[in-house]
Design a protein around this ligand. Structure first.
Ligand code: H79
Length: 459
């Protein structure tokens, strides 16, 4: 049996506040699991015991747990529209990849627009190198978003980038090969329930009569056969990122079984479908842009945007700062989660320059501080105001957000400290310990303007 989700939770108040906003703003999302109230979580938790995880699962999850940081890529015909159709604009702060639904663009017309999708500047090596320079270890690219357009060569439907556009190339094939070369795990996003192009898929009730829909037909004619193609023709797939859940547990189970049958080691995102406490995927997804809600001992991931849209919009300039993204990364990893950070390439196939600049800065931080992120588990000391902690073996990493004057006091340590070192510059720090408290003597200035990390070797 799968472990129940989020039994041991530590939910600081501000996280609950953020969560409440997220829930209010997207109450219609079918995949959302309503969290249980915090049930007396303690501030210090023991590390997850491997014995509590089924062996097969923890083995398949090993890379996911280690890698922490992935690149999400939202790319499709909507990228060419860039947030505008016939003078109607997607408001900044909402999803540009939803443009077809937002303005009820007729299928026939959206199909014409898709005919013109021709991303001639697409360079798979460049994208993969960018992911690598950022310190991202896996890439999840939209194989089919809700608009129904396949971004790869599909025999199932002509409505795919190879057969439908002048571009004629298969970007997923090229990306999968570039990933393999670079040692980045290749993963796909597939919208398995929603399809605004297929008469029987979910979501399009402006062109198609909802009462005439035969959802089984969509599953059998498109969703499952396309998944079969993706899991057969593109080498090993790290995970399939499903979205928006499924109508019944039986249908979700069929999708899970299909993936396992074709690639037993392939992971499945939580949004394949979740029913009550039972999660059918391998890990839990927070809501879009959702921060953690506890669950230190569970596998979880949060997908997030770098501005406020997933698909490219030429109007959205609300970029997060690199410092903010680094804070988020630490926040997430210190609670045992993964961070899937999105880029939205343009209709020409170019990752926007503001994204590239930010990703490089994040990568520079990880070059110095990566050992405090990759392969770590959630921090042994939760709920500290100065920052966060992570752990690897006997090393505790203290990620300092607010650099205090002179000294830092850390409480809740369970073992004796042997040494303390700043990761930036490798300088040793003087310290004192008494019981579970440690006082670290700090230099005047934080070595890193965003997050400075101190490695504590303990017994
Ligand atoms: O792929 C990205 C989103 O398109 C997808 N998940 C991430 C990873 C997603 N699927 N569903 N949702 C997000 C919920 C979407 C809700 C909204 Fe809207 C879309 C809010 C604004 C646009 C629907 C249309 C509700 C209001 C208008």
């Amino acid at each position: 049996m799968k472990p129940r989700l989020f039994q041991n939770r530590v939910v600081p108040g501000f996280v609950l506040a953020i969560l409440a906003c997220v829930l209010l703003s997207a109450a219609n999302e079918v995949y959302r699991r309503v969290p249980q109230p915090a049930a007396g979580g303690s501030a210090n938790q023991s590390p997850a015991s491997a014995a509590t995880m089924p062996v097969a699962t923890s083995d398949r999850m090993a890379w996911f747990r280690h890698d922490k940081f992935g690149m999400f890529i939202h790319w499709g015909p909507y990228s060419k529209l860039a947030g505008e159709w016939q003078g109607h604009r997607i408001p900044v702060g909402t999803e540009a990849e939803w443009i077809m639904q937002r303005f009820n663009i007729p299928v026939a017309e959206y199909r014409q627009l898709a005919h013109q999708f021709n991303p001639t500047h697409f360079n798979p090596q460049e994208w993969v190198s960018l992911a690598q320079a950022t310190g991202m270890k896996y890439i999840v690219v939209t194989a089919k978003h809700h608009d129904g357009f396949a971004m790869y060569r599909s025999q199932v439907s002509q409505y795919n980038i190879v057969d439908w556009t002048p571009f004629g190339r298969d970007p997923l094939m090229e990306l999968s090969q570039a990933c393999q070369k670079a040692g980045i795990r290749f993963c796909v996003y597939y919208s398995h329930r929603e399809d605004w192009d297929h008469p029987d898929g979910y979501g399009n009730n402006w062109d198609y009569d909802r009462s005439k829909k035969d959802f089984d037909r969509y599953l059998e004619q498109k969703s499952k056969p396309q998944l079969r193609e993706l899991l057969t023709n593109y080498g090993p797939i790290g995970l399939v990122w499903f979205d928006r859940g499924m109508d019944t547990p039986e249908h979700a189970r069929q999708i899970v079984d299909l993936v396992h049958q074709l690639q037993p080691r392939c992971l499945i995102s939580g949004r394949v479908g979740s029913y009550g406490q039972e999660l059918m995927g391998d890990y839990q997804d927070m809501g879009d842009n959702g921060m953690p809600t506890g669950g230190l001992e569970e596998y979880w991931e949060t997908p997030q945007t770098l501005n406020t849209t997933w698909g490219f919009s030429r109007f959205d300039e609300q970029w997060k700062t690199p410092g903010n993204v680094i804070h988020r990364l630490v926040e997430i990893v210190s609670q045992g989660g993964n961070y899937l950070l999105n880029v939205g390439p343009t209709g020409e196939g170019v990752i926007p320059q503001p994204s590239v600049e930010r990703l490089h800065e994040i990568g520079a931080w990880l070059k110095v501080n990566g050992e405090a992120i990759y392969g770590t588990t959630y921090g042994p000391v939760q709920g500290q105001s100065f920052g966060r902690t992570t752990r690897k073996g006997n090393t505790i990493y203290v990620h300092v957000f607010e650099w205090p004057k002179g000294a830092l006091e850390l409480s809740g340590l369970r073992s004796r400290t042997i040494s303390a070192t700043l990761l930036a510059g490798g300088r040793p720090l003087a310290f004192k310990q008494s019981g579970d408290r440690v006082w670290l003597t700090l230099p005047e200035e934080a070595p890193d303007p965003s997050v400075s990390v101190i490695a504590l070797r303990t017994e």
